[in-house]
Write a protein that binds this ligand. Structure first.
Ligand code: 5GP
Ligand code: ZN
Length: 154
């Protein structure tokens, strides 16, 4: 039996340009480890006061700030502790450290060299394991700053 295809059948059904026009899933793809609060924040599944994000890291205000400025820089990848990081994470960890002073400055807790001497400042901290005081087992860098006194000396 002869089937008469519509004249534009090939274009409508096989033209590879259609693949390029197809709607893409624009939601950031993040690996979510069960019951990991920071994986869920990174994936946008639970809210946080985000101050920075890119493909590799997200930074948001700590829910219980210990200082006037207290943000957490969190890799999207679920690395449980700093002890689980390896050589392939070297650039990622470096980027987190370089981001810290920028975020501190943007949020009012930056360090400045001035003619009168050093001014302002912030602390960076990674807690690892029970004896290191870690509560959330998804690697994160605390950035705490702003005028003292702070709520707690971590
Ligand atoms: P750790 O002791 O593991 O180094 O610090 C974990 C930090 O995560 C704590 O300072 C705590 O206040 C913060 N935190 C825990 N749960 C949440 C949350 O759901 N949202 C935000 N923004 N911070 C959280
Ligand atoms: Zn996680």
């Amino acid at each position: 039996m002869w089937i008469r295809w519509p004249a534009d059948f090939r274009y409508r059904h096989f033209d590879p340009r259609h693949a390029a026009l197809a709607p893409k899933n624009t939601e950031k793809e993040s690996q979510i480890v069960d019951n990991c609060i920071f994986c869920k924040i990174a994936a946008g599944k639970i809210p946080a006061k985000t101050v920075y994000e890119d493909d590799d890291v997200i930074a948001f205000h700590d829910i219980h700030p210990a200082a006037p400025v207290h943000v957490l820089i969190v890799p999207r990848e679920h690395i449980p502790t700093l002890a689980d990081a390896n050589e392939k994470h070297t650039a990622l960890l470096g980027r987190m450290m370089v981001l810290a002073p920028k975020l501190a400055a943007e949020l009012g807790g930056g360090y400045r060299h001035t003619p009168e001497g050093p001014m302002g400042g912030f602390k960076t901290l990674v807690n690892s394991g029970p004896d290191g005081g870690q509560e959330v087992y998804h690697l994160h860098l605390h950035v705490m700053g702003g005028p003292r006194p702070w709520r707690s000396e971590r």
